[in-house]
Design a protein around this ligand. Structure first.
Ligand SMILES: [Zn+2]
Length: 53
């Protein structure tokens, strides 16, 4: 399982919580989070750094 906050693996035995995102079409998505506070990674855009050719 990967934590949705810090994007790190949730190790076996570590407390975690789940959050279900229902989807109107098909099964919902379950995301996992560490129960303890962890470092949230900033949301990155799919675009890379702007380069000028
Ligand atoms: Zn985490």
């Amino acid at each position: 399982m990967i934590c949705g906050d810090c994007d790190k693996a949730i190790l076996p035995g570590e407390p975690y919580r789940t959050y279900n995102i229902p989807s109107p079409s098909g099964p919902g998505t379950t995301v996992y989070f560490h129960t303890r506070s962890c470092k949230k990674v900033p949301v990155q855009t799919t675009q890379g750094p702007i380069r000028r050719h």
